[in-house]
Design a protein around this ligand. Structure first.
Ligand code: SF4
Length: 741
């Protein structure tokens, strides 16, 4: 018998006439897929394909990666530097020399008039690691402002803070290969299939070979939750309560790994005392997960030979974000699940090079996980760069989320934004709009001139994008991979590396500090600074060619590892391998080498639904788009499949309010309002709505974004709104304007 349609049309695959494939690494998310971009006879990028021999993606790409070659010629690219006296004046084109002269003199004017820290710099997770290192050298070594941060504070700051508090250092200890070994996987606030599709595919592949329990903690029935064995639909912002309850059961039933706790941790007594208060019956009332399920999950996790937790923004973007990460680490430490195959705490990073900025940008300290607070670190870097140690501040300055309010209060008068778009990405858009209007001097450096924040700038510098440049990204599993330039920079745009080194020449310390002439030169400096047996972040064995040959190398990868492997392995075909996991010997980066178990009493401190604003507002990603759509909003299929913002709403709640599927509603919070189309779905509970965060003038007009006290990361996912009917014609018009790029 024949099944299926018999008259199926043959699929025609267009011959793109590719003449040459060039190696690079995807520039969107932190999965770190190896890519080849195909060029036609005229040198135009016409196709993208995954690299089959790359361990990360094994030939696969998601929708964003597949169309990534289109972004070189996407609409809105900047062509030349432009300047104006004030926002809304007409732009005037400028040469690079005159623009950089003006920028340096404005920075000096503001610093001279108001103090060094009155000029702030906010960068990104999108540029190359060598560029981050060079920007750090410029900002810390030449400009000398302490108000310098990256937009990674909006996504990964809680993970960084949590790792530091538990293990004494940043750095995800696990890897994707842990999926092959784990016996229980718990995912906290992560919709992996949409956020990181290729990591999800690696997990599915592992599950197909060998079944193990998959537990997803998320207030929504996400795509990931639908694939889970157990879904825990937690009350927003109460992860710490669930974690304490799981540990309560584990410790009460003697399921902990007492040998590991005694040998490798401090603080068990305080933790035991704290979690005594979180018996499953009490915890269930706060976190919304029934007590039997809490007991069942605790036993599954603790009895597994190896258990691991992964997480993303559901944990990080909370007033308890850093605590949520520490809670995951606590859980893994008391069950002996750190540093072993399948047993780990693995934060799934957001941007392609969020890790690179953490490691080398000097935003939160000095290069290579060094701290401004440590005299030894300050001295070492000052000597290496050839400047006076006293030029460095002795503690970290403001984070991004504190810099913007400091503009309101007049502490910060000038700002340089590098590849970041706070008009769309920051919570409480109406407040950010007023804030940016107060600046005396705003520079936007970005590949795209039409990025929303540029409306408020005095100067725009067109940067080369992604594979128009050379350099490295570090992915979620600490794998350093290479981006080769595939096409030349668009029009007169310049690599960020070039912009940083040229600007440095205009500062006094820029004459003393030697800036490398190429990204490879910067990489060599980073290698020298990373050397040392006690350092986890050691890249001294790597170089650009070896990284490409190996399709990425995980750190640590020391010189001696390279020598050993070159002597014994078939490096020509397989490349080399760095350490897959950190802390395999149970020694952590703390003073006594032991990890910290930290008691985390829960304090309910966020906005919650009430009579006037009865719905939780939750936000997150869709697979087609990346961050604020500066790129994917202009690419054919990405935008075609997801052209407009929408709001998921439970059908029962909609029926009560007389709201129909695919009609527009007005959402109102204490900050502002937004008009959005309704999609009725059981994915959200009755008292919650969900909106993708990518769209300008939408969810962040409503969000509150209270800050985590440790990481200063905003709680995007927890605030309250009410829903009102609205005029359908006007709403449709507004929506059409939003879609038009
Ligand atoms: Fe790029 Fe991430 Fe998609 Fe891989 S999963 S192709 S890194 S966007």
């Amino acid at each position: 018998m024949l099944f299926g349609r018999q008259d199926r049309k043959k699929i025609k695959i267009l011959d793109k006439k590719v003449q040459e494939w060039k190696y690079t690494t995807c520039g969107y998310c932190s999965t770190g897929c190896s890519i080849e971009v195909g060029l036609d006879a005229a040198g135009k990028a016409v196709a993208t394909r995954g690299v089959a021999t790359a361990d990360v993606n094994r030939g696969k790409l998601c929708i964003k990666g597949i169309f990534e070659h289109e972004l070189f010629e996407a609409a809105g690219r900047g062509t030349t530097p432009i300047v104006r006296n004030k926002p809304w004046d007409a732009w005037q084109p400028a040469s690079w020399d005159s623009a950089l002269d003006k920028m340096a003199s404005e920075i000096k004017r503001i610093q001279g008039q108001y103090g060094r820290d009155a000029f702030a710099v906010i960068s990104t997770g999108q540029i190359m690691t060598e560029e981050f290192y060079t920007l750090g050298k410029l900002v810390r070594g030449c400009i000398g402002t302490n108000n310098y941060d990256g937009n990674t504070t909006l996504c990964m700051a809680s993970a960084v803070s949590g790792y530091k508090r538990s293990f004494g250092s940043d750095g995800p200890p696990g890897c994707y290969e842990d999926f092959e070994h784990t016996e229980c996987l718990m995912a906290w606030g992560s919709n992996l299939p949409e956020q990181h599709p290729i990591i999800y595919w690696r997990l599915k592949e592992a599950l197909e070979k060998r079944k193990f329990p998959l537990i997803v903690v998320d207030p929504r029935v996400t795509m990931f939750a639908q694939f889970a064995d157990i879904h825990l639909p937690i009350t927003p912002g109460t992860d710490v309560v669930l974690q304490n309850a799981l540990m309560h059961v584990i410790l009460a039933e003697g399921l902990e790994d007492r040998d590991y706790i005694n040998a490798h941790t401090n603080g068990i007594e305080a933790l035991e005392n704290c979690v005594k208060d979180y018996d499953p019956t009490t915890a269930a009332r706060i976190c919304g997960i029934d007590e039997d399920t809490i007991r069942n999950v605790a036993r599954l996790y603790a009895k597994a030979g190896a258990a691991m937790s992964i997480w993303t923004m559901g944990i990080n973007q909370s007033t308890h974000g850093s605590d949520g990460v520490v809670g995951i680490n606590n859980l893994n430490l008391i069950t002996g699940n750190i540093g072993k195959p399948g047993g780990t705490s693995l934060s799934i990073t957001g941007q392609c090079n969020a890790m690179g900025t953490r490691e080398w940008s000097s935003c939160s300290g000095l290069p290579g996980y060094r701290a401004l607070e440590k005299e030894k670190d300050r001295k070492e870097i000052a000597e290496f760069w050839g400047i006076d140690e006293s030029f460095f501040p002795q503690k970290r300055g403001m984070c991004m989320t504190d810099i913007l309010p400091a503009i309101e209060t007049g502490q910060v008068k000038g700002l340089w934004l590098v590849a970041t778009n706070p008009m769309t990405s920051m919570p409480n858009t109406p407040r950010i709009r007023k804030t940016l209007e107060k600046l005396e001097f705003l520079v936007v450096q970005d590949a795209y001139q039409d990025v929303e924040t540029n409306q408020y700038s005095h100067m725009y510098l067109p940067a080369a994008v992604w594979a128009e440049k050379t350099g490295c990204f570090t992915n979620t599993e600490r794998r350093v991979n290479l981006i080769r330039p595939v096409v030349p920079p668009h029009a007169e745009s310049k690599p960020d590396f070039w912009i940083f080194t040229e600007l440095a020449k205009r500062f006094e310390n820029g004459q003393k500090i030697k800036f490398p002439e190429t990204p490879e030169g910067a990489f060599n400096e980073m290698k020298q600074l990373s050397k040392g047996d006690s350092r986890t972040l050691d890249i001294s064995g790597m170089n650009h060619d070896l990284i490409e040959q190996s399709r990425g190398i995980q750190w640590p990868f020391r010189e001696k590892q390279r020598e050993e492997q070159l002597a014994t392995q078939k490096v020509d075909s397989e490349g080399v391998k760095g350490d897959q996991r950190l802390y395999t010997d149970g020694r952590f980066q703390t003073a006594d080498g032991k990890a910290n178990l930290i008691a985390l009493p829960f304090i309910d401190n966020n906005e919650r639904p009430c009579e006037d604003y009865p719905f939780w507002l939750n936000s997150g990603r869709v697979v087609e788009h990346f961050h604020t759509r500066t790129r994917t909003g202009k690419l054919g299929n990405c935008n075609k499949f997801s052209p407009t913002p929408y709001m998921e709403m439970n059908p029962d709640a909609a029926a009560e309010l007389g709201i129909k599927h695919q009609t527009y509603v007005r959402l109102v919070s204490r900050r502002g309002d937004a008009v959005v189309m309704v999609q009725l779905t059981q994915r959200v509970p009755r008292n919650m709505v969900f909106i993708p965060f990518h769209f300008h003038d939408c969810v962040n007009r409503l969000s509150l974004g209270l800050l985590d006290p440790h990481s200063r990361q905003p709680a995007y996912k927890q605030c309250s709104v009410r829903i009102e009917h609205t005029d359908q014609k006007q709403a449709a018009k507004l929506n059409a304007q939003r879609r038009a790029f």
